[in-house]
Write a new protein. Structure first.
Length: 278
């Protein structure tokens, strides 16, 4: 099914338009025909303020999609689930597991906040859609479930672990993406792309049975990427030929500069308050 109309507003991002709150996190408000989707929720502090400033009613949320279980994407869950009338939640069951990053020998928890886990626990079972595989969530709209890791140059993008001692690496298997079908190809929304932006886009195109990529928007997690990975990523994106690239959140300034140099006006660095229509 081709969506008759599609608009995406960046609600939460590390950068923000004047009058909006910036926050290390991501949230996208998606108007897909009559269906209202919130993709991720940021840390929670900026979500309500920015939505109010932009005239977006979180109570209208039909579907909440969580890309993965890190705090900077899941902190606003209680606000959304309380405000919305009867929302469906799509996420992988792994979003609630303990998670850490270790830098300079110090462990820091980066898991979903306890208040968000409690809000999910209170959600009626009929509204909770654990997503362990790709599935359509509405006409012309799908979520990937776990994304195969096939490229040899992509990794989760940081020192991520399932324990504070750093013995168990966290592959972030709950990482998923959302796709929306338009008349000129797919629009793909990503949270942090811990599976890799190229792995993600290749998998989405395979699932949707198309080679037309209209846009990709969200965090690409290239902040810590070295030159070789960045070069391979740019080359792969050239082959995928998206009409629009909107890097947000964890993409990193160096990566955004390289993407802009490679793709010119097809790159529009994301920030809270920006709205795209397709």
């Amino acid at each position: 099914m081709i969506l008759p109309a599609l608009a995406i507003t960046i609600l939460v991002d590390n950068q923000a338009d004047y009058g909006l709150r910036a926050e290390h996190g991501l949230s996208l408000w998606i108007e897909a025909g009559a269906t209202k989707i919130l993709f991720d929720t940021g840390q929670g502090a900026a979500l309500a303020d920015n939505a109010g400033h932009l005239g977006i009613g979180l109570a209208q949320t039909d579907i909440l999609v969580l890309s993965h279980g890190h705090y900077d994407h899941s902190g606003g869950i209680p606000l959304v689930l309380q405000a919305a009338r009867n929302p469906l939640l799509y996420c992988h069951a792994g979003v609630v597991q303990p998670r850490y990053t270790i830098r300079n020998g110090k462990a820091k928890t980066i898991r979903m906040p306890a208040r968000s886990m409690a809000a999910i626990d209170r959600l009626p079972e009929k509204n909770l859609r654990w997503t362990s595989r790709a599935r359509l969530i509405a006409g012309g709209i799908g979520v990937t479930g776990p994304i195969p890791r096939e490229t040899d140059f992509e990794d989760p993008g940081g020192p991520f672990f399932l324990d504070p001692q750093g013995r168990r690496a966290d592959p972030i298997d709950d990482d998923l993406a959302l796709w929306l079908q338009t008349d000129r190809g797919l629009v793909v929304c990503v949270g942090c792309c811990h599976a890799g932006i190229v792995n993600t886009l290749n998998h989405v195109l395979l699932l949707a049975g198309t080679n037309r990529l209209r846009a990709v928007i969200g965090g690409f997690h290239l902040l810590n990427a070295g030159g070789e990975r960045l070069a391979h990523t740019v080359a792969a994106l050239h082959a995928l030929a998206p009409e629009l690239i909107v890097p947000c959140h964890c993409t990193g300034e160096k990566a955004i500069q390289l993407l802009t140099a490679a793709f010119g006006e097809r790159v529009a660095a994301g920030r809270a308050g920006t709205r795209y229509t397709f």
